[in-house]
Design a protein around this ligand. Structure first.
Ligand code: GMT
Length: 379
């Protein structure tokens, strides 16, 4: 199949999933066209079957806001015609599903029929999409998609609760490509980061409010009072400055490393002992799954789709949002006994195998095939 993939090219989970999916599909013989405003951060393999088409939005002084969805829908029309793309898979409803629908309608005028598959990732539903400013357009785009998938059961339920959905929503979970996710470093360079007796705690996110960054710091503060530990903070975002300030206030700056965005997540996870994800909401928690795949247990909140990934008492523990004391207690419990820690590490990795890409990609292929068949019938 010739598949167009539209996504955010940034470090966010939806872009990561879209990129990993495209790369996996290309290995299975499909021709993949990424269409977005810059090269996706994890797209390191442009080759015969993988193409990237940049959407440019020329600055025009009359516009206070540059019309990205207009430029995207025009680019989609052009690319579908030029490359004979047969199906569009858009990740994140806003504005991708909306732009894809416009492209579909424009193409129809020229006798080209193209199905749209929309994957909902979370914040497009729970935080942004349900805002009255966007809700009618998001509802419309979901209902007009030829197939809709969500990355967790919890997100499916949220979507049905928050929007007037007429379409079926299929749950296709996020996944790990174990062949790309290196878990067997011979040397993790752990000693660069911490002394031998120190436990390494890690948090990776885009440092938005929803990630509860102060809770990450406060849980770590409690941990390091009980046992020697270091905190690795990976990512960039609006809450980072406040986090640095909080570390100074708590007097723990020498124990916390702020990395910024990193393309070496697997290396950082390789030397991590515990991962913290105390988010207010999380449709899935891809960062937690990536940590588990590297054998890192999870201390998380019990919100959204996280319980579908992090299994209580097996791969880690889950607490109510903001329950810093419970999260700290659970973290110390796991870290304070070497045998227990080693068991949780093994469990975490084992649980992550449920999300092996090889089980998930065929689900998307089946959806593409079905929508293509339906499209042929409509023609
Ligand atoms: O969490 C973010 O801020 C990024 C966001 C995104 O759209 O890239 O992540 C969402 O999609 C990921 C991939 O499906 C999920 O793993 C995240 O849980 C989800 N984030 C939220 O629901 C807050």
């Amino acid at each position: 199949m010739k598949i167009g993939i539209v996504c955010y090219p940034t470090f966010g989970g939806s872009g990561v999933v879209a990129t990993e999916l495209g790369l996996a599909l290309s290995k299975r013989g499909h021709e993949i066209h990424f269409i977005t405003y810059s090269q996706p951060v994890r797209l390191d393999l442009l080759g015969n079957n993988v193409h990237y088409h940049e959407v440019n939005v020329p600055e025009y002084p009359l516009f206070l806001y540059q019309p990205y969805e207009l430029a995207l829908s025009s680019k989609l029309v052009d690319m579908v015609k030029l490359h004979g793309i047969e199906i569009l898979h858009v990740h994140y409803a806003i504005p991708h599903a909306y732009a894809a629908y416009m492209a579909k309608k424009m193409l129809q005028e020229d006798g080209v029929y193209i199905p749209i598959v929309t994957t909902l990732h979370g914040t497009d539903i729970t935080l942004v999409g349900s805002h009255p400013f966007y809700k009618p357009a998001v509802t419309f785009s979901i209902n007009k998609s030829d197939a809709v998938t969500s990355v967790s059961q919890s997100l499916k339920e949220d979507t049905i609760r928050l929007f007037d959905i007429k379409n079926e929503i299929e749950v296709v979970p996020n996944f790990i490509d174990f062949s790309r996710h290196k878990t067997h470093f011979t040397d993790c360079h752990r000693n660069f980061m911490a002394n031998e007796n120190e436990k390494i705690i890690t948090h990776i996110s885009n440092f938005r409010k929803v990630k509860q960054i102060p809770d990450v710091i406060n849980v770590f503060y409690n941990i390091q009072k009980q046992l020697p530990a270091k905190l690795m903070m990976v990512g960039e975002g609006p809450e980072k400055e406040g986090a640095e300030r909080l570390c100074r206030k708590l007097g723990i700056t020498d124990k916390v490393v702020f990395f910024g965005n990193s393309n070496e997540i697997d290396k950082i996870l390789c030397f991590s002992d515990l991962f913290l994800l105390p988010s207010v909401t999380e449709s899935f928690g891809l960062a937690a799954l990536e940590a588990m795949a590297s054998g890192v247990p999870i201390i998380s909140s019990n919100t959204g789709g996280i319980p579908e990934v992090n299994i209580e008492g097996v791969s880690g523990y889950l607490s109510n949002v903001n329950d810093i004391e419970d999260m700290s207690k659970n973290a110390i419990y796991i870290l304070s006994d070497p045998e227990r820690l080693s068991q949780f590490k093994k469990n975490a990795q084992l649980e992550s195998k449920k999300f092996d890409i090889h089980n998930v990609v065929p689900q998307y292929e089946a959806i593409y095939q079905r929508t293509l068949n339906n499209c042929l019938l409509v023609k």
